[in-house]
Design a protein. Structure first.
Length: 163
């Protein structure tokens, strides 16, 4: 009985907010791919600051060539996507300054990128940033901070458990 309690606690992953801003439910993201959870469950942040931080301890799985998204893998195996803005792939890297590379180890709160929210807005794109649990067949979101203002790199955002 006690082994299962301790095992459950060990499999809990606490994600910190990758951006400073207002947390909103995924169903409020004005993009069907995210709002209907086609890529996975998660939340979104409307950023008020340009810095993007690692929400987990793990590794950079992939920095997208167009710099608008970063995929991370936690030490426990959870795969997290930070998709900076909507349709920002069209900017072809403009407005994004990436500070990490594929395969690099990261810790919670490590600076991953700068996201020029003014440039993105001026170009007519949404800055709302989905944070997606990609492998929700293996992990599940247990708790979310919704409708809160969060500080990037420090405040808790999600709690994920291994299924």
């Amino acid at each position: 009985m006690f082994k299962s309690l301790f095992k459950r606690a060990e499999s809990t992953i606490n994600l910190v907010a990758p951006l400073t801003g207002k947390v909103v439910p995924l169903n409020e993201v004005p993009d069907q791919v995210f709002s209907e959870k086609m890529m996975g469950d998660g939340v979104a942040i409307v950023p008020s600051d340009n810095a993007v931080y690692s929400p987990i301890d793990g590794v950079v799985a992939s920095v997208f060539q167009t710099k608008h998204a970063i995929a991370l893998r936690s030490n426990e195996g959870a795969e997290i996507l930070i998709h900076m803005g909507l349709d920002t792939v069209n900017l072809k890297g403009e407005g994004f300054e990436i500070k990490v590379s594929d395969g690099e180890k990261v810790s919670k709160g490590k600076l991953l990128a700068y996201f020029d929210i003014k440039k993105v807005t001026d170009c007519g794109y949404e800055v709302i940033t989905p944070i997606i649990l990609l492998n929700d067949d293996q992990f599940e979101i247990n708790h979310q901070s919704i409708s809160n203002e969060v500080n990037g790199g420090t405040d808790n955002l999600l709690e994920i458990n291994k299924k």
